[in-house]
Write a protein that binds this ligand. Structure first.
Ligand code: ZN
Length: 157
């Protein structure tokens, strides 16, 4: 029987909640399952660790502290930049925008200065996951070479 282990392809349904507020921050509910190649850093570290050894049909619930999820917030990743840098875009708090340095969130707008936060939205958060393994199979050698899944839920080649 194939279990979740390095170089397996796992298909999972999951719901992630913030334990303090109970808010659901992400879920595969109503979508196709999430498919990933295990052991190739496609997922946050704790997510894979907690699923190791699980078989098809198994459900697991676990809590991840920030260090096993999206890490702690880095103060240096919060910066103030002039509003003129935004060009045609009118930044508003809560917006997520893309830059050459990656995605960032607009924290606040104060006159001509915009405070932006390059931390992941879930940095510093403890996350709770409820996961059901809907399928697990061995990866092909080509998938292992490429470091990603081919076919449904993955890429073409
Ligand atoms: Zn490929």
């Amino acid at each position: 029987m194939t279990i979740v282990e390095k170089d397996a392809v796992a298909s999972v349904h999951y719901t992630g909640t913030l334990p303090e507020s109970g808010e659901v921050f992400d879920s595969s509910e109503g979508r196709d399952p999430l498919v990933f190649l295990v052991g190739h850093k496609q997922m946050i570290p704790g997510f894979e660790e907690e699923l190791m050894g699980a078989a098809k049909g198994e459900r697991r619930t676990f809590t991840l502290e920030p260090e096993r999820a999206y890490g702690e917030k880095i103060p240096e990743a919060i910066q103030q930049i002039p509003i003129t840098m935004f060009g045609d875009i009118a930044p508003e708090p809560g917006m997520t925008l893309m830059s050459d340095a990656g995605p960032f969130n607009v924290a606040s707008v104060d006159g001509d200065l915009v405070t932006v936060d390059f931390n992941h939205k879930l940095a510093g958060e403890t996350l709770q996951f409820s996961v059901e393994v809907v399928d697990v199979r061995a990866a092909t050698s080509e998938e292992i070479d490429h470091g990603h899944v081919h076919g449904p839920g993955g890429v073409e080649h």
